[in-house]
Design a protein around this ligand. Structure first.
Ligand code: RB5
Length: 149
């Protein structure tokens, strides 16, 4: 499994902590930045990591900012990306089971590093249920393709 990880300056510390967690678990990752706490524009970093997921180079994305909100908006504008802001373990599980999310977004000012690690573990290990949820995910794709549903 390969993970694309990114954050803006507002979540540089959270990203650093999650990277340590991925290293401890032996999970392969690439850090798409940013690489310091200097102010940057979150859409650029969310785009780089989520595009790499959409292109199939990475299985999942983990993208953070101060709130998780801005990076999720940016990520969801990339075709093929289903990004979810998660603030607890249940959301991390359900967005995999029902939405087949391929990017998890979190906010450094919202979650603790311990919670973030637990959500990443759940997100990466939970399977999509398919079935009726596949039909609904297909409808998300139809919207993305400009179809009227
Ligand atoms: C940066 O100040 C902040 O706006 C950003 O980290 C993010 O929370 C945006 O949604």
């Amino acid at each position: 499994m390969k993970i694309a990880i990114a954050a803006d300056h507002g979540a540089f510390e959270l990203k650093t902590s999650i990277i340590e967690h991925l290293k401890e678990k032996g999970i392969e990752y690439y850090d798409f930045g940013c690489y310091s706490k200097e102010s940057v524009d979150y859409p650029r970093f969310a785009y780089r990591a989520s595009k790499a997921v959409a292109d199939g180079d990475y299985d999942f994305g983990v993208i953070c900012c101060t709130t998780g909100l801005g990076v999720s908006m940016a990520a969801n504008k990339v075709k093929g990306v289903r990004a979810a802001v998660c603030t607890n373990e249940m959301l991390a599980e359900m967005t995999r089971r029902h939405n087949n999310a391929n990017v998890i977004c979190m906010g450094q000012n919202v979650v603790t590093t311990e919670l973030a690690d637990r959500m990443v573990d759940i997100f990466l290990s939970t399977e999509f249920e398919g079935g009726r949820h596949q039909r609904r995910v297909d409808l998300l794709t139809a919207i993305e393709n400009g179809e009227s549903i």
